[in-house]
Design a protein around this ligand. Structure first.
Ligand code: GTP
Ligand code: MG
Length: 223
């Protein structure tokens, strides 16, 4: 893992959290999006309930660990905070593989960051697996007076891309927890769907194996 020069990120996950083996599932999540949209701030608000207005751009990639309870399950989240700057793209996309969920973030006061959402979505398609779940997050919704990206534009784009969508604020702690909880829930839903699919497949096979006589169509076979 590339070391980060971000002093805030040098506080590694607490020994207890990172080493804690007592969980039912572990989900690897990534936060991606243009530089300065607030990815690191969002993670610090969620994991440590802290916020600073100083901007220290992330170098490379780093992570934090947080354990949550959803549907009677203890789920350990390994949340990777990526650098938005273009020059780190090769390093950061290497971490997409195996990620079960993404927060794709833009800044509601920064049109470029919203225009880049489509490209970020393509990066997800290219470097992650097909079942990865994505939530589009319009951060800095506390800055309503400086808004450049209308909510309707983002809603439309999220629908086109098949992503869920939230506006949020790391600064004012709006929708931060909700976004992570929603992402965990959609991953759980997807997992249940595919497990049900597997069980159906197994039981179909079993049913076929347990048949005493061949199906009608085979019985009437002319050969
Ligand atoms: P890179 O690491 O370069 O990719 O940037 P980043 O996306 O991690 O951005 P970061 O979290 O460092 O935040 C950039 C700046 O935006 C900092 O000055 C933050 O204080 C500020 N910021 C982050 N979230 C919010 C928010 O919700 N509201 C406001 N008003 N400012 C925010
Ligand atoms: Mg950062």
């Amino acid at each position: 893992m590339m070391a980060s020069s971000d002093s805030r990120l040098q506080q590694q996950p607490s020994q207890k959290d990172a080493a804690d083996q007592n969980f039912d599932y572990m989900f690897k999540l990534l936060i991606i999006g243009n530089s300065s949209v607030g990815k690191t701030s969002f993670l610090f608000r969620y994991a440590d309930d802290s916020f600073t207005s100083a901007f220290v751009s992330t170098v490379g990639i780093d992570f934090k660990v947080k354990t949550v309870f959803r549907n009677d399950k203890r789920i350990k989240l390994q949340i990777w905070d990526t650098a938005g700057q273009e020059r780190y793209r090769t390093i950061t996309t290497a971490y997409y593989r195996g990620a079960m969920g993404f927060l794709l973030m833009y800044d509601i006061t920064n049109q470029d960051s919203f225009n880049a959402v489509q490209d970020w979505a393509t990066q997800i398609k290219t470097y992650s697996w097909d079942n990865a779940q994505v939530i589009l997050v319009g951060n800095k919704c506390d800055l309503e007076d400086d808004r450049l990206v209308p909510t309707e534009d983002s809603q439309r784009l999220a629908e086109e891309l098949g992503f869920q969508f939230f506006e949020a604020s790391a600064k004012d702690n709006i929708n931060v927890k909700q976004v992570f909880e929603r992402l965990v829930d959609v991953i759980c839903e997807k997992m249940n769907e595919s497990m049900e699919g597997d069980i159906n497949l197994i039981s179909n096979h079993r049913n076929q194996g347990l048949q005493d006589s061949p199906p009608e169509s085979q019985g009437s076979c002319a050969c």
